[in-house]
Design a protein around this ligand. Structure first.
Ligand SMILES: *[C@@H]1O[C@H](CO)[C@@H](O)[C@H](O)[C@H]1NC(C)=O
Ligand SMILES: *[C@@H]1O[C@H](CO)[C@@H](O)[C@H](O)[C@H]1NC(C)=O
Ligand SMILES: *[C@@H]1O[C@H](CO)[C@@H](O)[C@H](O)[C@H]1NC(C)=O
Length: 147
């Protein structure tokens, strides 16, 4: 399923706007550790294009008054997805309940493209978490539950 995300943490954890009404949010809530995997690929996924799966779990801030760095998270997320202003947490006019959430990757599986030419395999978490931010690129994420 397609999902918006934004990279708003220096350690590569991703910010999600968590809508309990969605199927994948339900799946995450129903798994004991709120497990999820998010695949990030180029706008047109293809066998020769790099993509990465971030496998970890999701912390959902259901108490909207105690979200760490809430203002910074919201500004960062809206800079990436301006249209999300219509479904922010604590907006009485929003169509659906929404919460800020964070996906903390625990393993990172990278497929660079074709195996004879590109790296395919797990990337050590500390390398992922320590990587500097890169220039904005056109990416899309799809989120699936993982047990
Ligand atoms: C990543 O950083 C955020 C704060 O920006 C922190 O809450 C979270 O626990 C960190 N995740 C990991 C896996 O260290
Ligand atoms: C994430 O999952 C690990 C085990 O897979 C678990 O130890 C940890 O408590 C989970 N974190 C959250 C926030 O559920
Ligand atoms: C949310 O957190 C605040 C501050 O810690 C607390 O006063 C309040 O009772 C919490 N609300 C709920 C519904 O747990």
């Amino acid at each position: 399923m397609q999902e918006y995300y934004a990279s708003c943490h220096t350690n590569g954890s991703l910010t999600l706007l968590f809508l309990p009404i969605s199927r994948h949010s339900q799946n995450i809530l129903h798994s004991n550790h709120h497990a999820a995997s998010l695949s990030v690929s180029s706008a047109l996924p293809a066998a020769r294009s790099p993509r990465v799966s971030l496998i970890g779990n999701v912390t959902v801030y259901t108490n909207t008054t105690v979200v760490p760095n809430r203002n910074a998270i919201q500004s960062c997320y809206l800079a990436r997805h301006p249209d999300a202003r219509w479904w922010l947490p604590d907006d009485d006019d929003a169509a659906h309940i929404a919460y800020w959430a964070r996906l903390d990757p625990e393993s990172v599986y990278f497929v660079g493209g074709f195996g004879d030419k590109h790296f395919i395999g797990y990337i050590p978490l500390e390398i992922y978490q320590g990587a500097p931010a890169s220039a904005e690129v056109s990416l899309q994420g799809s989120l699936v539950e993982q047990y």
